[in-house]
Ligand binder design. Structure first.
Ligand SMILES: Nc1ncnc2c1ncn2[C@@H]1O[C@H](COP(=O)(O)OP(=O)(O)O)[C@@H](O)[C@H]1O
Ligand SMILES: [Mg+2]
Length: 236
């Protein structure tokens, strides 16, 4: 945790240099990322925008330490994380990254309280009672205090995405990542979710949101454009 960042202040929570990723081997290769350079500062709300197939999800999965198979250099919170395995990075991911997905990915047989406390339980540094209390507090902040014992299928889609955001925030991550978080929502519900991101941003959160929709990207304070696996405006 103490390795210095590659550049001085203001803190760049995310820094990538020449990151490249090719899917597949033996002929049928897809070059999904072809040399990404980017920097994201603490407290920024950034949208990564580009057409379908441009490499946005691939990039977000690398940022989120879900995908560790790529070329190039990546520093997260000042630590070089490229070249490490997913297993080596599991603890760092649990404590540093919150991830929100287009389709929520809540576990359907569990209540939203049980869903939201899972990342806290995985962290193994609090009692089950504390984990539950933190999960309850995050869900209450998302306006779901009256739905704690409901399963995802009993909630509206907007409530499901709010529960997923609560789960993503339960360990107070350094970075909140969201892949097309409004892609499965109607426009009114989408606005509600973007309002939540704006509020979290005002409260100091660092947010990286992927979208193909310029109207959604407009909610962010900076837009990084991805085109054919490359970006020309990723650096600050
Ligand atoms: N698991 C995979 N195996 C092979 N190719 C993939 C895989 N995932 C994505 N791709 C390809 O990589 C490119 C970038 O995909 P992706 O990052 O999902 O783009 P986006 O999120 O911008 O739509 C696309 O050409 C896609 O078909
Ligand atoms: Mg995608």
């Amino acid at each position: 945790m103490t390795a210095p960042a590659p550049e001085a202040t203001p803190a760049r929570v995310i820094r990538m240099a020449n990151v490249a990723k090719t899917y597949g081997r033996n002929g049928a290769n897809v070059a999904a990322l072809r040399g990404i350079d980017l920097a994201i500062r603490e407290g920024e709300f950034v949208a990564i925008m580009g057409r379908s197939g441009s490499g946005k999800s691939t990039l977000l999965h690398i940022i989120g330490l879900i995908d560790t198979e790529y070329e190039g250099s990546y520093w997260l919170d000042g630590r070089l994380v490229s070249g490490r395995t997913a297993e080596e990075l599991a603890t760092l991911r649990n404590r540093t990254i919150g991830f929100v997905f287009q389709t929520f990915l809540l576990l359907p047989q569990m209540t939203i309280l049980e869903n939201a406390e899972l990342p806290a339980l995985y962290a193994r540094d609090r009692s089950p009672q504390e984990c539950r209390a933190i999960a309850r507090a995050r869900l209450e902040e998302m306006g779901l205090g009256h739905r704690l014992d409901h399963k995802p299928g009993e909630l509206s889609i907007g409530q499901r995405q709010r529960a997923a955001i609560a789960r993503a925030l339960v360990n107070r991550p350094r970075v909140l990542l969201a892949d097309e978080p409004t892609g499965a929502l109607d426009s009114r519900t989408a606005d509600e979710i973007l309002d939540i991101f704006a509020r979290l941003h005002r409260d100091g959160a660092t947010i990286v949101m992927v979208t193909h929709d310029p109207d959604v990207a407009a909610a962010a304070e900076r837009i990084i454009h991805v085109r054919d696996g490359q970006t020309s405006d990723g650096l600050v």
